[in-house]
Every structure is written in structure tokens, then in C-alpha cells.
Design a protein around this ligand. Structure first.
Ligand SMILES: *[C@@H]1O[C@H](CO)[C@@H](O)[C@H](O)[C@H]1NC(C)=O
Ligand SMILES: *[C@@H]1O[C@H](CO)[C@@H](O)[C@H](O)[C@H]1NC(C)=O
Ligand SMILES: *[C@@H]1O[C@H](CO)[C@@H](O)[C@H](O)[C@H]1NC(C)=O
Length: 508
């Protein structure tokens, strides 16, 4: 629906831009910059991506989109005319700050290679054309790199992951027999949401413990994706698919804590955390099943800062009491805050009083200058997307965290607000009165998030957790009673010729 009026406005906007006359800065194609993992054949991802920085003829970076329609264009073809491949290359995403994000999804593998042309009008940009020497694999090709170190190097994985180091500090050694005895009893009851995985020779086996394990489709898909790319260590572990982290035993207690793997951590639990199923799934399904993912969000951050509505914004479900409080504050202070509940489940009796807000597309959140991030049942999984936008994030203090929170600092990357929201209005007023400072924090937060939340970094993170885990196992992982193989897809999406020898199933 909102499309219609916008489309009707478009010719007018273009007319205004053309009427505005000479562009302020002209882009120099040869001086502009192109970089990123999507230019390296070895970085196999569901959607590959790289970046573009527009630079003018003086060598200065543009800090806003070049005026008018973007003239950047990317053409990707197979090097060999004999190899026909389907590659989906949408228009570069304009990040509104002089940089662009180019994405492409390959539906087949090419053995000879790829040619990537980056053009500005008819001119080649930077070192274009880029030649990616084959083989260049597509997501579903099962062709794990057998040298994990080489794989990590190809992905430029960071050498330090402070959250992982912290998580494993509680577990110098992991006793698989003890886990086998205890985990099903402690966490695998009726209400359990635990899946027990064993990875052996890069094959994935699992059994469900408990009733609420439908979300194993999310853990399965990312494990399979990882196993297609790199040889995983042999490991046996337990993923908690429920919302809340589980292990509340303290390190110095007897019996001690168990290294349960979860998507969300908290200060009073010892779970080892992984990137959430939300960002993992949207990374896998980007440019097809989902509209909101770590990349698409970057090209949909609404008007420039100066043109955003100067209010804090919130829409969400009623999964925590403070969210209802937000709505109440919004009713009393409409000039500062626009907050609404879009669905009632936990506090249905409140609906009459507070009302239900219409659903609004996530990209439209960024019409507002300030975004309020309040926990849901646990950490709000929208936080990564909010941080990737160009609004200022006001984050509720929380004991819950995701895998990347540790490196984000209050007052540098976001503005903290008290858990009971008692200082929220004051903080919004501060932001309005200190616009330059607010804008700076928004930008720093966005830049940090753009770095931390690159899809390839999620793969680095997963791998690193499994490696750390594997190193601590005090015995060999086994395929346990009741486990079944989680097979790689073997339909025509997965057809490819892997240049490495495939581990054959018969070896087992
Ligand atoms: C220009 O942009 C590139 C890429 O965004 C960045 O690495 C570089 O530091 C910028 N140069 C200046 C002078 O800001
Ligand atoms: C803000 O909006 C006005 C009116 O639509 C537009 O002319 C102007 O270019 C915008 N400013 C920025 C910095 O985008
Ligand atoms: C909110 O929490 C703070 C501590 O963070 C406390 O000092 C204050 O009294 C609380 N306010 C209300 C209204 O509960």
C-alpha cells in the first residue's frame, strides 16, 4: 500500500533534482573504491557482497549519495561463455553516505571463474573488471575446505572474539559423558527445547530432547551451511532452542555448570552463545525468503538524519511490561515518543486501555531519529538491525545479550537507558538538544555494527565456537542412541563439482 503514493511522488522528486542544477560533487570512477569479501572466490556465502565508496575527482570521499539516480552498476558473468550460470545481482544498495553495498546470489557454481564489472555510467570503477578465478562455489555446493586455518584466513576472521573467550573461560574441559548423563535429566523434560548434536567427519547427527524443538530447522540449516564450507571439528554438544539461557550454576559450585549452547546470554547464566537464529536465518535466506536481513537493512535507512522526525520510536509485541510503559509514556509525551504495541499476547487485558498500533514495515522505523530498544522475553533480536540503521539507538539496560554486544559501548555506540525507563524522556530531550553529539553516536554505532555484523563474520563466529568447544572435549564425540543424520540437500540446487575429494559416507 505505501508503495503507491511514493511511486506517484517519484517523477516529481526527480524533476526537482534535475531542476536543482549542477551536482555538488562529481564522482570519479577510477578514484572510487571497491573492496570486500564478495571479490574473493573462496568466501562462499549465501549472498556474496562487497562495498563501493564514491570518491570525487579531487580524491575526496563523498559523504552523501551522488545527486540524482545512482549511476553505479554491476554486471557479473561467468568467465567462460560455455558455463551458463544464474546469478541474481540487484541494484547496489545506497547507504546514503557515499557508500554502496553490492550483493549477488549465485544459483550455480562456475569452475572457470567470474568476471565482475563495476561501472559508473559507462566507465569502469577502481580496478574493475574484477576476475575471480574459479572454482567459485555457490551456497549449496558441498565442498568443505579441509584446512580450517586457511578458510579462516580467506574470510579474514578476527583473531580475537572476546565474547567467546569469556564464555569458555568457565569451561577449561568438557566432559561429554557427564553431559550425556545430566543434560537430558536437567533440561530435556516435557517443556524441554534442547537438541543434542554430534558432528563426526563433517556429518551432522542429532536427536531432540523435549517437546519444543521445532526451531531445530534453524540450527540445522546453519550447521549444514557451515559444513558445506569448512571441515568442522568432531564435536558433541547441546543447543537450547528456547528463549532463555539455561545454565545458572556458578563456576565454583559442585556440581559445576554445563556448557549448553544458546542464542541469548545473560549475566546470571553460563551458556555459550551463538549468533541468534534470527540473523543466521536471514543471512541464509537473504534476497529470497526474507526482506529484512543484515545487508538489505543497510540500503533502507530512510531519510537523512536532518530529515528524520525528531522523536523516539517503538513498535513491537507486548512481551515485556516496560513495553506497555513505553506506550503510556508516549500517550503522555507525544512530542517526544511514538510507541505502540502491535500484538497482544502476554498482557491481553491491557489492549483496551493502550490500544493496538498498526504494523509498520521495519524500514519505516528509520523515519525517526531515535529508536528505543527494549527487551522482549529476552534480548530484543531487532537490536542488530537497529544498530545498522542511521538512527540513534536508546538501549534499555539489560542482563541479556547477543554475541556481538560486548564490543558496543554506551555513549559511544548507543545511549543507555535505565531498565525501568525512568530516564528515557530525559535522554530523548538530551538527544534533541545535542543533535551533533547524537548524530555522532548514531554514526559510530552504525559503523561498528557494519563491521561486526557482516554475514561472513557470523560464519567465523560459529566456527570459532565449535573449535574452542572441540579443544576442550575430554573424550571423543559419539553418535548416540536415537540420533539421526541431518543430510545435506541433494536436489538440483546442490549440483556442483567440488575440486576437493568429498568424504564418502561409506567411510563411517
Ligand atoms: C574514504 O573511504 C574509505 C572507505 O570507506 C575509507 O577507508 C577511507 O578512510 C576514507 N578516506 C578518508 C580520507 O576519509
Ligand atoms: C531533506 O528533504 C528535502 C525535501 O524533501 C530535500 O530537498 C533535501 O535534499 C533533504 N535533505 C537531505 C540531506 O537529504
Ligand atoms: C528506576 O530504577 C532506578 C535504579 O536504576 C531507581 O533508582 C529508581 O528509583 C527507579 N524508578 C522507579 C520509578 O521505579
Amino acid at each position: 500500500m505505501p508503495r503507491l503514493p511514493r511511486a506517484a511522488l517519484l517523477p516529481l522528486q526527480l524533476a526537482l533534482l534535475v531542476g536543482a542544477g549542477a551536482p555538488e560533487a562529481s564522482v570519479s570512477a577510477p578514484r572510487s573504491l571497491v573492496w570486500g569479501p564478495g571479490l574473493r572466490p573462496g568466501v562462499v556465502l549465501p549472498v556474496r557482497y562487497f562495498y563501493l565508496q564514491a570518491v570525487d575527482s579531487e580524491g575526496l570521499n563523498l559523504t552523501r549519495s551522488p545527486p540524482g539516480q545512482t549511476l553505479f552498476k554491476v554486471v557479473i558473468k561467468s568467465l567462460s561463455p560455455k558455463e551458463l550460470v544464474r546469478i541474481h545481482v540487484p541494484k547496489p544498495l545506497d547507504r546514503n553516505d557515499g557508500t554502496f553495498l553490492v550483493r549477488y546470489r549465485m544459483y550455480e557454481t562456475v569452475s572457470e571463474g567470474l568476471k565482475i564489472e563495476v561501472l559508473y555510467g559507462d566507465e569502469h570503477v577502481a580496478q574493475s573488471p574484477y576476475i575471480l578465478k574459479g572454482p567459485v562455489y555457490h551456497e549449496y555446493c558441498e565442498c568443505p575446505e579441509e584446512d580450517p586455518q586457511a578458510w579462516q584466513k580467506t574470510l579474514s576472521c578476527p583473531t580475537e572474539e572476546p565474547q567467546i573467550a569469556k564464555d569458555f573461560a568457565s569451561f577449561p574441559s568438557i566432559n561429554l559423558q557427564q553431559m550425556l548423563n545430566e543434560v537430558p535429566k536437567r533440561f530435556g523434560d516435557e517443556r524441554g527445547a534442547i537438541v543434542h548434536y554430534t558432528i563426526l567427519n563433517n556429518h551432522i547427527y542429532r536427536r531432540s530432547l523435549g517437546k519444543y524443538t521445532d526451531f531445530k530447522m534453524f540450527s540445522d540449516e546453519i550447521l549444514l551451511s557451515l559444513a558445506r564450507k569448512v571441515l568442522l571439528p568432531d564435536i558433541e554438544f547441546y543447543i537450547n532452542l528456547g528463549d532463555w539461557p539455561l545454565e545458572h550454576r556458578k563456576v565454583n559450585e559442585t556440581p559445576g555448570p554445563l556448557p549448553i549452547v544458546s542464542w541469548c546470554g545473560s549475566l546470571d547464566s553460563r551458556d555459550i552463545i551463538l549468533p541468534t537464529y534470527d540473523i543466521s536465518h536471514s543471512t541464509l535466506e537473504a534476497m529470497r525468503g526474507v526482506t529484512n536481513d543484515l545487508l538489505s537493512i543497510q540500503g533502507n535507512t530512510g531519510p537523512s538524519w536532518i530529515n528524520k522526525t525528531e522523536k523516539a520510536f517503538f513498535r513491537g509485541r507486548d512481551s515485556r511490561e516496560e513495553r506497555l510503559q513505553l506506550v503510556q509514556m508516549s500517550k503522555e509525551n507525544p512530542e517526544l515518543l511514538d510507541a505502540g504495541i502491535t500484538g497482544y499476547f502476554f498482557f491481553q487485558e491491557k489492549e483496551k486501555e493502550l490500544g493496538k498500533a498498526k504494523l509498520i514495515g521495519f524500514f519505516d522505523f528509520f523515519k525517526y531519529k531515535y529508536q528505543v530498544n527494549v527487551d522482549g522475553t529476552v534480548a530484543a533480536y531487532r537490536y542488530p538491525y537497529l544498530m545498522l540503521g542511521d538512527s540513534l539507538v536508546l538501549k534499555q539496560d539489560s542482563t541479556y545479550y547477543e554475541h556481538f554486544y560486548m564490543t558496543l559501548k554506551p555513549w559511544k555506540h548507543y545511549v543507555p537507558i535505565k531498565r525501568n525507563l525512568s530516564d528515557l524522556l530525559e535522554k530523548i530531550k538530551w538527544a534533541k538538544e545535542n543533535d551533533e553529539e547524537a548524530k555522532k553516536i548514531a554514526k559510530e554505532g552504525q559503523l561498528r555494527a557494519r563491521d561486526l555484523l557482516q554475514p561472513h563474520r557470523l560464519y567465523c563466529y560459529y566456527y570459532r565456537v565449535f573449535r574452542e568447544y572441540a579443544e576442550r572435549q575430554s573424550s571423543k564425540p559419539e553418535i548416540r542412541d536415537g540420533m539421526e543424520l541431518v543430510a545435506q540437500p541433494d536436489d538440483d540446487t546442490s549440483v556442483c563439482q567440488c575440486h576437493r575429494e568429498r568424504p564418502s559416507r561409506e567411510e563411517l
